[in-house]
Design a protein around this ligand. Structure first.
Ligand SMILES: C[S@@+](CC[C@H](N)C(=O)[O-])C[C@H]1O[C@@H](n2cnc3c(N)ncnc32)[C@H](O)[C@@H]1O
Length: 332
């Protein structure tokens, strides 16, 4: 995995940088609108002019052409005469296909209303309006978009032994569970998650032809039994949604579900330098303020301390990758 030191850090140095930061939402919204309309997937079928695209996407041609021109300006689309086509990045990551990041980007659009009331949230903790239709589907498919490549390297670098009982806690789309189960067929892998999530997981597993590879267990991990005993519990991108008190409660429960000699691993966006670095996890932490009651990004030191308080004996911290994602291991 690449070293964190190579991450390009964009710093605000001038008033123009501040203005750029302030206008950033306009670019985000232009991108989200194009995704929501289906522009990139439509152009993946072939170049088209605004009138033809507007017909295919049920949009107004004049307004659509203004949006398309802005996307040409930032290089996402190309334009020759009146005809638009996907740029290389748009074709690969924004149109439907095996590398698409559309679900995770649409999930960010779903979080938009909560960000618009961030100041009120920080002042009083007041919650923003409820989640719209399709929220859970974009969220869970977005988790798959995020972890597709990483799950392959995690499963390859962390082999399972025959007969091992593995729990992917809050496993969402089951991306990690499936990569482990494919490589180590002698292991028994279970995904534990909420019923509304597992409804999406079942669809994803079916699409991948992986329905028989992993078991699914429905439940709320704060209220319900986790099952077990397990030899290995994988807890990826879960703790950031919860307060330290809730994390301790959950890891104590995990500890009780682990067999003698077993292990657990927490994967998270990890903060350093008193929570100020790297910028990706630091802004992700603000995202958690906007969308959860008590969540935040943690440092690996904070996670190690919670593991120890939960009764784990030995803790090992891995190095974060270029996006700041790292794993903290704990052994019983
Ligand atoms: C950010 S996603 C992470 C998904 C997956 N572990 C990954 O790394 O790709 C968080 C997951 O935790 C699940 N989750 C949140 N609260 C939960 C609860 N109380 N009980 C069970 N699952 C929960 C969500 O449904 C979602 O699948």
């Amino acid at each position: 995995m690449k070293s964190l030191k190579k991450e390009p850090v964009v710093r605000v140095k001038t008033i123009d940088d501040i203005m750029g930061m302030a206008h950033g939402y306009q670019r985000s919204m232009a991108l989200f609108a194009a995704l929501d309309l289906g522009v990139f997937s439509a152009l993946a079928k072939g170049p088209a002019d605004a009138a033809r695209l507007a017909r295919d996407l049920s949009a107004d041609p004049r307004r659509l052409s203004i949006l398309l021109n802005a996307l040409v300006g930032v290089g996402l689309l190309g334009k020759q005469g009146n005809t638009y086509r996907n740029g290389e990045l748009a074709g690969r990551f924004l149109a439907d296909g095996p590398h698409s990041k559309a679900s995770i980007l649409l999930h960010h659009l779903d979080c938009w209303p909560e960000w618009t009331s961030l100041a009120g949230r920080i002042r009083t903790g007041r919650r923003a309006p409820g989640k719209g239709k399709g929220y859970q589907e974009n969220f869970i498919r977005g988790m798959e978009d995020n972890s597709r490549e990483r799950a392959v390297s995690v499963a390859t670098q962390n082999p399972l032994r025959d007969g091992e009982r593995v729990l992917d806690l809050g496993g969402g789309p089951g991306t990690y569970a499936v990569e482990w189960a494919k490589r180590y067929p002698g292991a028994h892998v279970t995904v534990f998650d909420l019923p509304e999530t597992l409804a999406v997981t079942r669809k994803i597993l079916k699409e991948k032809g992986a329905s028989r590879l992993v078991a699914l267990r429905e439940g709320d991990f704060l209220r319900d039994r986790l099952g077990g005993p397990y030899d290995f519990v994988w807890i990826s991108q879960i703790l950031h949604a919860f307060s330290e008190k809730e994390c301790l409660f959950l890891l104590r429960k995990v500890r009780r579900a682990i067999a003698p000699g077993g292990r657990a691993a927490v994967q998270e966006f990890l903060l350093e330098r008193g929570g100020t670095f790297p910028p990706g996890p630091a802004f992700f932490s603000v995202h958690m303020v906007a969308v959860t009651e008590g969540g935040k990004a943690y440092t690996s030191g904070e996670i190690a301390a919670i593991f120890r308080s939960a009764g784990f004996r030995r803790v090992k911290r891995g190095r974060p990758d270029i996006r700041g994602v790292g794993v903290v291991w704990a052994f019983v």
